[in-house]
Design a binder for this molecule. Structure first.
Ligand code: ATP
Ligand code: MG
Length: 148
């Protein structure tokens, strides 16, 4: 997972710098999961882009990796605008965007999270959201650990 996340962080670094934001990385030990590296890069690039897009300037995006039970867990934590409780289940719907007026000029399509959820489930994984409006969002991806 660490290799995949370094790649995803590289792909999003320019956008991060443009907003004077920074990454904080919390990797304890190496975590190895079952998966297609390119698809995993796609998952985390999408989540990190969202974390940057829906955050205020000069805030931090934390990337945390750890093992829990049979899962390799990645948390992408932002200090951004957050998502209302009632909207949380809807953000995974195709073309759904919380604030259409505001997000119109940010140029997205509302497909990112629908694709992420599909890819996570294709890996027999799970995705969870915790969010508080005005405080930030945690996107947690759980993927089956590689068992040698
Ligand atoms: P794109 O298809 O380019 O990714 P998008 O970012 O609008 O466009 P999704 O990534 O699917 O689409 O996200 C759907 C909606 O969920 C976003 O429009 C936004 O309103 C909300 N959202 C997603 N991630 C976050 C986040 N980290 N913080 C706050 N809101 C978020
Ligand atoms: Mg997106």
């Amino acid at each position: 997972l660490q290799e995949v996340l370094v790649r995803a962080a590289d792909l999003t670094a320019q956008r991060l710098e443009e907003k004077n934001m920074q990454f904080q990385v919390e990797f304890a030990k190496e975590v190895v999961v079952e998966g297609d590296a390119n698809r995993l890069i796609q998952i985390f690039t999408n989540l990190i882009f969202n974390a940057i897009m829906y955050s205020f300037e000069e805030t931090t995006v934390t990337i945390r990796v750890f093992e829990k039970d049979k899962w390799g867990v990645v948390e992408i934590i932002d200090e951004g605008i957050g998502i209302k409780k009632s909207e949380i289940p809807r953000v995974f719907e195709r073309f759904y965007r919380v604030d259409r007026a505001r997000s119109r000029d940010s140029g997205g399509t509302g497909l990112g999270l629908a694709i992420v959820k599909h890819l996570v489930e294709a890996h027999h994984g799970k995705i969870q959201v915790e969010s508080e409006v005005g405080k930030g969002t945690t996107m947690r991806v759980m993927l089956p650990l590689h068992t040698p």
